[in-house]
Design a protein around this ligand. Structure first.
Ligand SMILES: Nc1ncnc2c1ncn2[C@@H]1O[C@H](COP(=O)(O)OP(=O)(O)OP(=O)(O)O)[C@@H](O)[C@H]1O
Ligand SMILES: [Mg+2]
Length: 620
């Protein structure tokens, strides 16, 4: 026999490893741990996947031709050996024998070349297609509106762009072509067997039903256990992502030991399931080998009688031994390929699920670039609801003149950030309008709108690059000198110099090694150098130390001196006292507008907020 059963197991273990990675890679991290199960072949999905392969159609056709050629050539080798052996045994013409040996070598060489070409071509096409899918998924995710990102865990999107795409690998690179190649090879081998000796062919193939039954049982069992494995892995992933992102809380409440035990239980179950799958594989492959051996026994048993009466030549016997090996490998692989195909389809479904989402806020067809701000902004009866039920903004109206500093104040959850969300079109408002110099922002190109109106977010995210790179983020051609100049104007030089490497200091991922106030200062500088007409500062809610607060105030002063229009959302009312106008937002509505003195005199919501903030420390 060509290989021992454990050899086969090891080989298939390799396949299985790959299979597993593919399978695992596509697991959906649903919070409830539910995972879609495997199902039949979905032709519609296959068609959509083909779109990615279309640019490489010529190469695929070439690969298919190579596969066909290879399938035809492979069984020719045993046939030629039969002829060669028969000639050698018969000790007839040496010339013919030599030619046959040369032919066998030629066949082996051509077959090897074809296999090389085929593998290389398929992998190349596969990787190109994966590249295209990855680009398309990422591009799509970037364009999806914030409303979508609010409700989608980041982990899931990362899985979509990397692992799920990888799940298509097998399909793109070898999947269909190799499926065709395997089927062809089986057919060709059978044809050659029949041509060589139809009676012996029939006898050999008599073991086929056994093989079919074994494959069927294996497929059903494995499919079931994999479904469970995927569900369990989803639970494991969900648990991990939840507890790792909440690691601070876990450590704060000293829950490490308990979380560890819970994880161990989940992991234990996962191990059990894996062990069961290993068991099926460990049983299936030796079973195939037993059937294979059976086929050989049948051949030998027949040969024992037939050789002596001369109805079978030694060459035919040798040829059949090789045919049997050639026949069983693709039969066994087919079971595997079917599984891989299904895995790819599950991945594809998830990827197309993302690609099919239409959440972006689109520019109207005749949108124009926003011209430089001349007179100011106006909110006119704007209402916005995030979920379509509860309004976050209701009938909000106020104006901001060019060069003014307007402060938005209100309690937590009052709707201040929502005003910014509407203005920058991060979220679509449902009623009313926002006008820029009398022009509706819906008629402006979002790109230009966000260039002219820049927000320093409440919790601005920096990227893991240098401070300088963060400041010039998204704007090409800004010289370091200009940035230094901006820092000087904003009074932030000393602050930057205090950082370990100044502007070249690398910010930790998401800016974790900076305080939220420091992050805002850097983001403010980014807004300043961008040359935006309107700068909106959504002040950090987290307590900012008095030094950073002082810096922020100085920076705002600098912006005003430059004649930029500023909208400041401030929690420390001291910051906003110098504003030209204060807009007090309460439960999504504008309740008071006026200067600090006017609002204090009015003794309304603002005066109450102010007293709440300042009365207590004085009383203490
Ligand atoms: N992305 C969102 N999706 C759904 N609801 C939201 C979203 N953002 C805010 N909300 C809700 O809208 C209301 C107003 O929130 P908003 O963020 O505008 O408050 P805020 O005044 O900025 O509060 P804070 O001072 O705490 O920053 C809140 O009830 C909040 O729960
Ligand atoms: Mg806010």
């Amino acid at each position: 026999m060509a290989s021992s059963w454990y050899g086969a197991l090891l080989r298939c273990g390799g396949n299985k490893g790959q299979w597993l990675t593919e399978t695992m890679a596509t697991v959906e991290i649903h919070s409830d741990g539910e995972v879609e199960g495997l199902r039949g072949i979905d032709w519609f999905l296959l068609q959509r996947l083909f779109v990615f392969l279309r640019p490489y159609l010529v190469w695929l056709v070439a690969a298919l031709l190579m596969a066909v050629l290879s399938a035809v050539i492979a069984p020719a080798r045993p046939y030629l050996s039969k002829l060669a052996v028969d000639h050698a045994v018969g000790a007839q013409e040496t010339q013919i024998f030599i030619w046959l040996v040369v032919a066998i070598l030629a066949v082996v060489l051509v077959h090897a070349l074809l296999q090389y070409g085929l593998t290389y071509l398929l992998q190349w096409v596969g990787q190109r297609a994966l590249f295209a899918v990855r680009m398309q998924v990422y591009e799509h995710i970037l364009r999806l509106a914030l409303r979508f990102h609010d409700t989608t865990p980041v982990g899931r999107l990362v899985t979509r762009t990397t692992n799920d795409v990888e799940g298509l690998n097998e399909f793109f690179s070898s999947g269909l072509v190799m499926l065709v190649a395997d089927v062809l090879l089986i057919l060709c081998v059978v044809a050659f067997m029949v041509v060589t000796d139809w009676y012996l062919a029939l006898l050999t193939l008599a073991v086929l039903p056994l093989l079919l039954i074994a494959s069927l049982v294996f497929r059903v069992k494995v499919r079931k256990v994999y479904r469970h494995i995927r569900q369990q892995l989803a639970r494991l992933n969900a648990f991990l992502s939840e507890h790792l992102s909440g690691i601070t809380t876990v450590q704060l409440f000293h829950q490490q030991a308990r979380q560890f035990q819970r994880f161990e239980r989940l992991n234990q179950r996962y191990l059990q399931l894996q062990r069961r799958s290993v068991f099926y594989y460990a049983v299936f492959f030796p079973t195939v080998d037993v059937v294979w051996a059976l086929a050989i026994v049948v051949i030998l048993w027949y040969a024992a009688g037939a050789l002596s009466v001369g109805s079978l030549s030694v060459g035919t016997l040798i040829a059949f031994m090789q045919y049997v090996e050639m026949f069983f490998r693709p039969v066994r692989d087919l079971t595997e390929r079917y599984n891989v195909l299904q895995t790819a389809l599950v991945s594809a479904e998830r990827i197309f699920g993302i690609l099919g989402l239409r959440h972006e806020i689109k520019d109207v067809p005749d949108a124009i670039p926003m011209p430089p701000l001349r007179s100011g902004l106006e909110f006119r009866n704007v209402s916005l609801s995030y979920d379509g039920l509860v309004p976050a903004l209701h009938n909000v109206s106020f104006t901001v003149h060019r060069g003014e500093m307007v402060a938005l104040v209100g309690a937590t959850g009052a709707g201040k950030t929502s005003v910014v969300n509407a203005l920058c079109r991060f979220y679509e408002f449902q009623e009313g309008d926002i006008l820029v110099d009398g022009l509706s922002i819906r008629k402006l190109q979002q790109r230009s709108l966000r260039q002219r109106i820049v927000v320093v977010l409440q919790d601005d995210v920096l990227f893991s690059r240098t401070v300088l790179e963060n400041i010039v983020f998204g704007q090409s051609g800004i010289a370091e000198e200009k940035v230094r100049d901006a820092l000087r104007q904003l009074g932030m030089e000393a602050f930057i110099e205090r950082l370990p490497q100044g502007l070249a200091t690398v910010v930790g991922e998401r800016g974790v090694n900076l305080s939220s106030g420091e992050r805002q200062l850097i983001a403010l500088c980014r807004a300043f150098v961008s040359g935006a007409d309107v700068i909106i500062l959504d002040e950090a809610t987290a307590h900012v130390d008095s030094q950073t607060e002082h810096l922020l105030e100085k920076a705002i002063e600098a912006l005003r001196r430059e004649g930029r229009t500023c909208v400041v959302i401030a929690h420390r009312l001291a910051t906003v006292q110098r504003a030209d106008r204060l807009v007090v937002i309460h439960r999504g509505e504008v309740r008071e507008v006026g200067s600090h003195a006017e609002l204090m005199a009015r003794n309304g919501i603002y005066a109450r907020l102010y007293r709440l903030q300042y009365a207590r420390p004085q009383a203490a």
